[in-house]
Design a protein around this ligand. Structure first.
Ligand code: 0X9
Ligand code: ZN
Length: 317
């Protein structure tokens, strides 16, 4: 892309166009799928695959929360770095020959558009809730895992409104279905901001998940890899130690519901990007590149740790 691309944020149309161009620029490495389904207001939700027909998949989804603009920007940064490095940097070349990256860059297109043309601090999707004057469902409380419990709200006016049923929203349904259609997803990240955190399961209970040791080790290594770049601390903690959530995407990624056809569960993480509160959701665009730079080695570490997948607890074991 042009050098200036990562010096600004971009709206929905520009981001879709950018991924489409990435696929044209790297035809042997990138496949652009126009849509995994349409949002409530009829916008396409694209998917982008980066890799060379590999056995394992790493799944990323971005921009589930509309106002968290750094999420979509860092996903583009990572996608671009992977492409630029293939055939030039041995570590990335080997990785992309072993692992396919699947991006769903715009999980909440309507909400994202609204942050550009309505309310910059909008979070939810744009569902018109019957019988309420408040719009929107929090997609990160709408996934089909312990839906409707603690840390979500039945009030349509709440920022954490969980919707009328598990996966009531098309954006949730399409991302769940697309995730389930991929082969051997070994790790998945739901990208958010802000607070600089690497969050592992569970959000819904204080209990350790069966892969606690492994997921906390990998989380800490991702944190170390990030810190080595610009010195920023990303705490690696269990989701519930931030606060309880139910129906969240990353708990769903790790759940039986998401992994029915896989031998192993996907290591489901939520990453909260920069900053720690000075600018919060209004992170200046000058921080896109440094934030991407510190996440790139963390993501490589996560994808490479897949070789140790045998140490994961067997899903039905
Ligand atoms: O509350 C959320 O959905 C996430 N924080 S944010 O400020 N980006 O809205 C945190 C979710 C973490 N919990 C789980 N993933 N379970
Ligand atoms: Zn968020």
């Amino acid at each position: 892309p042009e050098a200036e691309w990562f010096e600004e944020y971009h709206d929905y149309d520009a981001i879709v166009g950018w991924y489409s161009k990435l696929a044209n620029d790297y035809p042997n490495l990138v496949t652009f799928y126009k849509s995994i389904g349409e949002s409530l207001e009829g916008r396409d939700m694209p998917a982008v695959h980066i890799g060379t027909n590999s056995k394992y998949t790493v799944y990323f989804q971005c921009q589930i929360h509309a106002r968290e603009w750094i999420s979509g920007a860092v996903c583009m940064y990572i996608a671009n770095r992977l492409c630029e490095s293939y055939g030039k940097i041995e570590q990335v070349t080997n990785l992309l020959n072993a692992v396919e990256f699947v991006f769903v860059p715009l999980v909440n297109p309507d909400g994202y558009e609204y942050t550009w043309n309505g309310d910059r601090l909008w979070r939810k999707n744009r569902r018109v809730n019957p019988g309420s004057s408040c719009d929107g469902v929090d997609l990160n409380r709408n996934y089909d895992d312990h839906w409707g419990g603690e840390g979500s709200s039945s009030n349509p006016c709440s920022e954490t409104y969980h919707g009328t049923s598990a996966a009531s929203e098309p954006e949730t349904q399409y991302t769940q279905n697309y995730f389930k259609a991929q082969k051997s997803i070994v790790a998945a990240i739901d990208w958010h901001s802000f607070s600089q955190l690497i969050l592992r399961p569970y959000g819904w209970t204080k209990a350790d998940c069966p892969d606690e040791q492994r997921l906390s080790d990998v989380g800490q290594k991702m944190s170390d890899a990030a810190k080595a770049i610009h010195g920023k601390e990303y705490d690696s903690i269990k989701s519930i130690d931030l606060y309880a959530t139910t129906g969240s995407a990353s708990d769903w990624f790790y759940s039986d519901n998401a992994n029915e056809d896989h031998d192993f569960r996907a290591a489901g993480y939520t990453i909260e990007l920069r900053d720690t509160g000075r600018y919060g959701f209004l992170l200046p665009p000058e921080e896109i590149i440094p934030c991407g730079e510190e996440m790139f080695p963390a993501v490589l570490y996560l994808a490479e740790s897949i070789e140790l997948k045998e140490s994961f607890t067997e899903r039905l074991g």
